[in-house]
Design a protein around this ligand. Sequence first.
Ligand code: SDX
Length: 430
Amino acid sequence: MTKEAFRLISPGGTESELPVRTGTVGPDVIDVGALYKEQGVFTFDPGFVATGSCESDITFIDGEKGLLMYRGYPVEQLAEHSSFIEVSYLLLNGELPTAEELDTFDHTIRTHTMLNEGMLNFFKGFRYDAHPMAMLSAVVGSMSAYYHDTMDVHNPEHRDIFAHRILAKLPTIAAAAYKLNIGQPFMYPRNDLDYTENFLQMLFSVPAEPYEIDPVSARAIDLLFILHADHEQNCSTSTVRMAGSSGANPYSAIAAGISALWGPAHGGANEAVLKMLEEIGDKSQITKYVAKAKDKNDPFRLMGFGHRVYKNFDPRATIIREMCHKVLKQLGRNDSPMFELALELEEIALKDDYFVEKKLYPNVDFYSGIIYRALGIPTSMFTVMFALGRSVGWTAHWLEMISDPQGRIARPRQLYQGPPQRDYVAIEKR
Ligand code: SDX
């Protein structure tokens, strides 16, 4: 739908008509592609607070309404009725699968979970205490050293194979990293188990005795993967799209996304939340830490609070908070002091004018770590859990980007503030 263009008149009187583009839902966008040619100026938006980088059919977020939908389906409905494998099919293909399509997709993923045996040698080179995110990004990047035969990004069949390999093999790589950290033998995947059951057995089973899958844990992880699966143009997804826009192989683009996710301002926040709660220690210290978070001279921030888009509640945080109550109770850990502290911190923070005024609410990372810990997953693996869920979102966005006939390499401009042109000075004259 075409809308009336924005007219821009420069101080010198040069006029530009900037076309307006309308999406299915959400704010319109102003196409500024011709601005430099017509007006000799760039737009300037550090951090891309108000800049759309692409068109996408995959995920929509309404930050005011606290709405998140994958291919049009609200995340609450998918959380209640779907599974991570079905949501993965939806994100990758655009539609919910028929029963037959789901069976075929599930079988494909189940039968591609093993790694090339040579990849396991990488784990022999890491120190026992290497951070699992470092191992995940390294080993995923190494996949491009193994799969030369199917890396033609313009070949639809190769793109499909890449998508299935990433979804199928990431849990195996993640579990191998965990086993290295705890000095236990690597456990091979099992095709008779579903996605999250298989992940749990690769994490927690040992050759010395049978392992029984806990259905509560399996369902909780499946739900957490659904809630983390995609989130439109977040930092790590934009990184995947940017890296892929040069035509780089998709495994390297995903490895770049993993690295971007690791930052504490992004996916690394779930690990930082638990460390923050441990530092706060007990309820008596909450007021002191909330004051630190408000103090401009103090770099401390309340990890798990705030969001670039959600200026109301993060719908995922709401679901995860409710899950916390249920999972902790079902696992018999409902006296979790960490959870009690988190609930108290949320209550106090949300009454504080600073947080209310700046619209800082708990985000997806605030409660997820409490559930991971209750499931026996160590803090160092929390961001890996985020990456496992988000892997399908990264893949869906890479597929969308690489298939765009109008696609071009992402190459932003800048406002230069360096020294003006000057001549070289011989060292004896400096
Ligand atoms: C994720 O983009 C996505 O969709 C991300 C994600 C996804 O699914 O991919 O949702 C996942 O990354 C969630 C966010 C996890 N990060 C954290 O919990 C870290 C703590 N939060 C902040 O660092 C911050 O809120 C961000 C990074 C999340 C958002 O940063 P913005 O949008 O750049 O906001 P900002 O830093 O400009 O903050 C606005 C104001 C500032 O104060 P003023 O300069 O206006 O006075 O709010 C303050 C900030 O100082 N502020 C906080 C705060 N977050 C923002 N003050 C105290 N504690 C905080 N947590």
